[in-house]
Ligand binder design. Sequence first.
Ligand SMILES: *[C@@H]1O[C@H](CO)[C@@H](O)[C@H](O)[C@H]1NC(C)=O
Ligand SMILES: *[C@@H]1O[C@H](CO)[C@@H](O)[C@H](O)[C@H]1NC(C)=O
Ligand SMILES: *[C@@H]1O[C@H](CO)[C@@H](O)[C@H](O)[C@H]1NC(C)=O
Ligand SMILES: *[C@@H]1O[C@H](CO)[C@@H](O)[C@H](O)[C@H]1NC(C)=O
Ligand SMILES: *[C@@H]1O[C@H](CO)[C@@H](O)[C@H](O)[C@H]1NC(C)=O
Ligand SMILES: *[C@@H]1O[C@H](CO)[C@@H](O)[C@H](O)[C@H]1NC(C)=O
Ligand SMILES: [Zn+2]
Length: 576
Amino acid sequence: MRTSLASSALALALAGVVSAVPQKVDEDHLYSSRLAKRGLDADGNFNVSFFHINDVHAHLDEFSSSGADCTNPSRGCYGGYARVKHTVDELRPLYEDSLWLNAGDEFQGTLFYTYYRGEKIAETINQLGFDAMTLGNHEFDGGDDELGEFLLNLTFPVISANIQSNHTALNQTIIPYKIFEDQGVAIIGATTPTTRNIANPGPGTRFLDVVDSVQACIDEIRATTDIKRIVALTHIGYAEDQALAAATSGLSLVMGGHSHTPLGDLHPNPQGDYPTVVQGRDGHDVFVVQAWRWGEYVGYIDVSFDADGHPVSYHGGPIHLDNTTAQDAALQAQIDEWRGPFEEFAGVVVGYTNVDLVQATCQTEECTLGNVMADAMYEYRLETSEDRPPDFALINAGGIRAAIEAGNVTRGQVLTSFPFGNAITELTFSGADVRRLLEGCVSRVNQFNGEPITSGFQVSASVRLRYNPALDPGERIVSLLIDGEEVVDDEDYIVVTLDFLAGGGDNMFELTTDYVPLDLQDEVLIRYLGNNSPIDAEIEGRFEATDELPGPEPTSSAAPPTSTRTCIPRPRVTGL
Ligand SMILES: *[C@@H]1O[C@H](CO)[C@@H](O)[C@H](O)[C@H]1NC(C)=O
Ligand SMILES: *[C@@H]1O[C@H](CO)[C@@H](O)[C@H](O)[C@H]1NC(C)=O
Ligand SMILES: *[C@@H]1O[C@H](CO)[C@@H](O)[C@H](O)[C@H]1NC(C)=O
Ligand SMILES: *[C@@H]1O[C@H](CO)[C@@H](O)[C@H](O)[C@H]1NC(C)=O
Ligand SMILES: *[C@@H]1O[C@H](CO)[C@@H](O)[C@H](O)[C@H]1NC(C)=O
Ligand SMILES: *[C@@H]1O[C@H](CO)[C@@H](O)[C@H](O)[C@H]1NC(C)=O
Ligand SMILES: [Zn+2]
């Protein structure tokens, strides 16, 4: 069932027969859309179609491939809830038994959230007519009260089996699972327990073990109903979804989110099959699906269940929404109107700088705007991390787009300088790998994969790095201190960076999908400006070229670790 040119042509031909079906769909979808008649077949199999979306992150409107506002349509525009609505409204009537599900992280990602918080998101997703939604970690970014008001306004059920809260609004609205009698399907929700550390849930809100909570619901559903088709709607990440499928008995399908994982043939660089098939604890297949992020795809899978509720076959694939996909005109008109007040919002003064914050030199040397941004990210994790403090921040110069002149700094300037809506994230490396990472940055060749790094870099004040550009790539570091100390090969270091880079952007890191997006870069800078204005940034030798030669290896792996550092926790740094 691979999409090829020929099958796409077939798909288009079929699309004409069926109705005006969106064109960027794979052949599986069109094949099944002809099978509009549902019910039990001769073998007793029952078909249900699942449409799902996850991690829209406030992308109510269409966006460019970077995720920023689509200001240049000739380069392509993707997603937007008006396209999602048109697509789902058109397809669902073709299926007798379908469900439409949202796997969480509606909040955080554009000005639609920054400015309106949950209000316009609620108004939009109510119009989308979801059958159920689970909660993502970002739904807790504004705390329980903000989330509670949002949940009270939703007109569809919100499910999460592992959340327990004594907050009145949360307690009233969140249910562990929902039974859809018409389809004979039960859907159990689950939310990442890491929400405690990466968002702002209140003290009375608890996140229980996902596997235990989901299995307890499966057992309850089996004991108290005759429902056999049991599926999970989760916000825990792709790896955790597969682990959940393998550790439980009785699930047939897991629709997930959180890790922003592209699956399936339509994506140019998929990180797994759509669906990914996992064996459950009882030996039966479980299908695991996800639809990347931002609403660029609508997930779609059509599952045939046997009489015991086990999945026996599927059709489907994620549906791509690009500038050839029609928009729901009424919803798009509302979204356009909501944009209006942003102009005023963008004019708000968020800080003051005594000096010009320079961007032009960021690609080749330490620059003041890079210093401020890296320090803001470092300070943000210093203040919010519940684990140990970070060691340093590392960002790409390519993400710094415009200078900020001395004087008042507005929100609009911050957004112009950092327009991508990238989220802060943390990665942990051994000291030896920190050295390779920064060696890659000064050599412009990634020392893990040997490929070029496509951007300059900037670091926080905790770094002192000297390198000799005349030496061979891979051997340029002359000296490296973090927090004034030599880097110790065997010790762990926490690096604050951006989700874009963690995901392989600019090839600065090795591509990983195992990271958690935290607050957005622009919000973190605004917070820093609020705490630290007026800004007096200067060039202070965080990294600089030299013609010196490297000294003897400071911590050769053969040398025994210095006893004073062994097992002594790093002191908590209290300020910058
Ligand atoms: C259910 O879907 C399968 C494909 O997944 C199809 O072969 C079968 O004919 C369908 N059955 C009914 C009753 O629609
Ligand atoms: C649609 O997007 C493509 C790139 O994906 C672009 O080449 C084309 O110009 C866009 N069309 C319009 C009408 O903007
Ligand atoms: C909830 O609905 C009320 C009344 O329509 C509205 O004033 C409020 O802004 C909404 N809040 C959220 C978070 O949706
Ligand atoms: C709501 O509160 C009741 C009583 O404390 C508790 O049993 C239940 O689990 C709570 N529900 C949620 C979703 O927190
Ligand atoms: C909710 O639980 C927290 C933590 O146990 C407690 O501090 C708080 O007082 C409780 N609130 C209510 C309304 O019961
Ligand atoms: C700077 O912003 C303040 C408000 O924060 C305003 O009173 C002042 O006039 C502004 N200065 C200039 C030069 O725009
Ligand atoms: Zn998430």
